[in-house]
Every structure is written in structure tokens, then in C-alpha cells.
Design a protein around this ligand. Structure first.
Ligand SMILES: [Zn+2]
Length: 125
């Protein structure tokens, strides 16, 4: 089997930079009430991420609908609710919900609290 050549790092960097630019443009066009153009920017950003196998940065990954590719503005065309240790981001255009669990963060917080408690106990003894 032929050895797969590793993807050079600069491709990743340029792709990420372009995705960032496209998403900030999408946000700008959305606030200018140009929904069509903002959706187009999201589509282009997604295409770049697919073509170069690069992840969309976390802060932008939650800002578009995975079904209709519309840019999501919280409180305008999307709502964010906490249900069963999950963040539900609902697109109000097509009613598609993105569900992100936050159990790991919850557990880490609980552990930190417990450790703090045992530390205080030790000091008091
Ligand atoms: Zn949608």
C-alpha cells in the first residue's frame, strides 16, 4: 500500500483563516439583513472545511444550522436552551436542533468543588 502523504500544516492554517473571514462576513451580512448572502458565506466556509479536511473552529461551529446552512444569531433566528445536561441550539428557520452535551464540564466542576472541600477540611483539622 502506498504511504499517504501527510497534509502540510500551512494548508490547515490558511483554511482556518478563510473560514474565520467567511464567518465574520456572514455575521456582518446577517446584521445588515442580507440573509441570502450570509447563508452563501456559511456554505463557502463549510465547503472549504470539507475540501481541506479542516475543522470549523468551535466558536463558529455553533453559529450555523447544519440542515439549512443559515447563519444563526442567538435571540433572533435561534434559541439556546439547557435540557438534560445538553445545550440545545434550535434553528427557528427549519426547527432543527443542535445538541451539545456538557456532562464533562459538569463532572469537572463537581470534582473541583469536592477537592476544594477536602482541602479546606484538611486546613481546619
Ligand atoms: Zn435551519
Amino acid at each position: 500500500m502506498a504511504k499517504r502523504r501527510k497534509k502540510p500544516k500551512w494548508i490547515d492554517n490558511i483554511a482556518k483563516e478563510r473560514i474565520n473571514i467567511l464567518f465574520s462576513l456572514a455575521q456582518k451580512e446577517y446584521s445588515n439583513n442580507n440573509i441570502k448572502r450570509s447563508t452563501r458565506y456559511v456554505e463557502l466556509a463549510r465547503k472549504i472545511s470539507l475540501k481541506y479536511n479542516t475543522k470549523i473552529p468551535d466558536n463558529w461551529n455553533r453559529r450555523y444550522c447544519k440542515k439549512c446552512y443559515k447563519f444563526l444569531q442567538f435571540g433572533k433566528n435561534s434559541k439556546v436552551r439547557l435540557v438534560n445536561s445538553e445545550v440545545h441550539i434550535t434553528c427557528l428557520e427549519c426547527n432543527n436542533a443542535i445538541k451539545i452535551p456538557y456532562l464533562k464540564e459538569k463532572k469537572a466542576k463537581r470534582r473541583a468543588k469536592y477537592e476544594q472541600y477536602t482541602k479546606e477540611k484538611r486546613v481546619n483539622e
